[in-house]
Ligand binder design. Structure first.
Ligand SMILES: Nc1ncnc2c1ncn2[C@@H]1O[C@H](COP(=O)(O)OP(=O)(O)OP(=O)(O)O)[C@@H](O)[C@H]1O
Ligand SMILES: [Mg+2]
Length: 388
C-alpha cells in the first residue's frame, strides 16, 4: 500500500479532492445555485434598492428542510456586504422566550454601526446604549417592545452612517409572535419613513402563516417566495457549472439524468452527488456514466444514514404509526386515506401530525394532504420497516 503523503503515484484521481467545490451540509453555500434565478433576483433587487438608499419589499422564503433557505440567506448577506451594506442576522429559536438570544444577535451585529456613530446620533437612540464592555440595552418595557425599539435604533444608525441595512431571520417557523410581530412592525414603520432597511426571512412552508391569516398591515409589504425541489435544469446547473468553472470539465447528459433521478432534485442530495462525482472522476475533460454509477453507490450510503437519522427524530407513539402509514400510501397522500389505514381519527392524530410538520419531516403540499419533505424517504421506510 502506498503512503499518499509520500507517494503521489498510485493515485488515479483526475481531480484534486482537496479543492472539491461541492458543499453538502446544512447551511453551506453551494458553488452554484441551481434553479434559483427568480428567488435570487428578488434578493438582488432588494440589495440594489438598499444600495441606492431605498426601502425594498420584504421577502419570506419558504420551503421544506434541505431546499437551501439558509444557504440562500447566507449568500445574499455575503453579496450585500460586498456592496457596502450592513447586515444583521438572527436565527429564531422557540426556546428563546425572552428574546435574549435575538436581542443579543442584533446588538452584536449592530455594534460596528454604533462604534462609528457620532455622539449626537447615539444620544437620539432609544434603546441601544454604548457601554464600557460593548453596547447595552435600555429596557423599553418587556422583550418585544425592546426588540421593536432596537430595530428603530438600527435604522437610525444606518441612516446616519449613510448605509443600508439588510436584516435576515432564519428558521422563522420557530419564532413566536413575540419575535416576529415587533420586528415586522418596526421594519414596516422604518420603511414608511423611507429609510433603507431590508428584511429577508426564511422558514418552513407554514412559517408566519398566522400573520397573513390575521391580515396584519405589515404583511402587505412581505412577499412570499416558495423554494421547492430542483427541476432537471436546476440540477444540471448546480452540477455542470462548478465542473466547468473549476475543472474545465464537461458533464454528460446521462450523468445529469442519473443525478437528477437519484437525488429527486433535493438540493442537499445534489451536493452529495456533485461531491462524489468530483472525487471519483477518472478523466480530466469529461464525466461519463460509469463514474455516476460509482458515485451513486457512495451517495446511497450517505443518504441511508440520513434517512435513519430522520426516522430517529420521529417522536414515539402515533407519530411513528403515521410515518409508516404515509410511507405505505406512497409518501404523499390525502390525510384521510392515510388515517384509514391505521384507523385513527383526525382529532386523535392531530398532535402527532403537528409534531411531524414542526420537525420538518412532513409538509402539507395542499390542504388536507400530507407528504414527506425529502425524496426517497417513503421508499426507505417501506424497504427497511424501521422499528419505532
Ligand atoms: N439551489 C441549490 N442548488 C444546489 N444546491 C443547493 C441549492 N440550495 C442549497 N443547496 C445545498 O443544499 C444543502 C441544504 O441547504 P440549506 O441548509 O441551506 O437548506 P435549508 O432549507 O436551510 O434546510 P433546513 O430547513 O434543514 O435548515 C446545502 O448543502 C446547500 O449547499
Ligand atoms: Mg436552514
Amino acid at each position: 500500500m502506498a503512503n499518499p503523503f509520500e507517494d503521489e503515484a498510485g493515485d488515479d484521481r483526475a481531480l484534486d479532492p482537496s479543492i472539491n467545490p461541492f458543499r453538502p451540509g446544512m447551511g453551506r453555500v453551494p458553488p452554484d445555485f441551481g434553479g434559483r434565478e427568480q428567488p435570487l433576483l428578488r434578493a438582488k433587487v432588494a440589495v440594489d434598492q438598499l444600495v441606492a438608499g431605498h426601502t425594498p419589499e420584504f421577502v419570506l422564503y419558504r420551503g421544506v428542510r434541505g431546499v437551501g433557505k439558509t444557504a440562500l440567506l447566507a449568500y445574499v448577506r455575503r453579496q450585500a456586504r460586498a456592496r457596502g451594506l450592513h447586515t444583521i442576522h438572527l436565527e429564531a429559536d422557540r426556546e428563546d422566550e425572552r428574546l435574549e438570544a435575538a436581542r443579543e444577535s442584533i446588538l452584536r451585529d449592530a455594534s460596528a454601526l454604533l462604534a462609528s456613530a457620532d455622539e449626537e446620533i447615539v444620544d437620539r437612540l432609544a434603546t441601544i446604549r454604548p457601554g464600557r464592555d460593548g453596547p447595552r440595552l435600555r429596557d423599553r418595557g418587556g422583550p418585544s417592545a425592546t426588540l421593536e425599539s432596537m430595530v428603530d435604533d438600527v435604522a437610525c444608525l444606518a441612516e446616519a452612517a449613510g448605509r443600508g441595512v439588510l436584516l435576515t431571520v432564519d428558521e422563522v417557523h420557530e419564532a413566536g409572535d413575540r419575535l416576529l410581530k415587533p420586528l415586522l412592525r418596526a421594519a414596516h414603520r422604518v420603511a414608511q419613513d423611507g429609510r433603507p432597511l431590508g428584511v429577508l426571512l426564511s422558514g418552513l412552508p407554514t412559517a408566519a402563516e398566522n400573520l397573513f391569516d390575521e391580515g396584519q398591515t405589515y404583511t402587505e409589504r412581505l412577499a412570499r417566495v416558495d423554494l421547492g425541489l430542483l427541476e432537471r435544469d436546476g440540477t444540471a446547473e448546480a452540477v455542470r457549472r462548478p465542473f466547468a468553472r473549476d475543472a474545465d470539465l464537461e458533464v454528460d447528459d446521462l450523468v445529469i439524468d442519473a443525478v437528477h433521478d437519484g437525488s429527486g432534485g433535493y438540493p442537499w442530495f445534489v451536493q452529495l452527488w456533485g461531491e462524489a462525482l468530483w472525487d471519483l472522476a477518472t478523466e480530466t475533460d469529461r464525466l461519463r456514466l460509469p463514474v455516476a454509477r460509482e458515485a451513486g453507490e457512495r451517495v446511497h450510503l450517505r443518504v441511508e444514514d440520513f434517512y435513519l437519522s430522520r426516522w430517529r427524530r420521529v417522536p414515539s407513539g402515533r407519530a411513528g404509526l403515521l410515518v409508516l402509514a404515509l410511507a405505505d400510501a406512497g409518501g404523499d397522500a390525502p390525510i384521510g386515506d392515510v388515517l384509514e389505514r391505521i384507523e385513527v381519527t383526525h382529532q386523535a392524530i392531530s398532535p402527532a401530525r403537528r409534531a411531524l410538520l414542526d420537525l420538518g419531516l412532513c409538509w402539507a403540499p395542499s390542504r388536507g394532504r400530507l407528504a414527506f419533505s425529502v425524496p426517497g424517504f417513503a421508499d426507505w421506510v417501506q424497504r427497511t420497516r424501521p422499528e419505532a
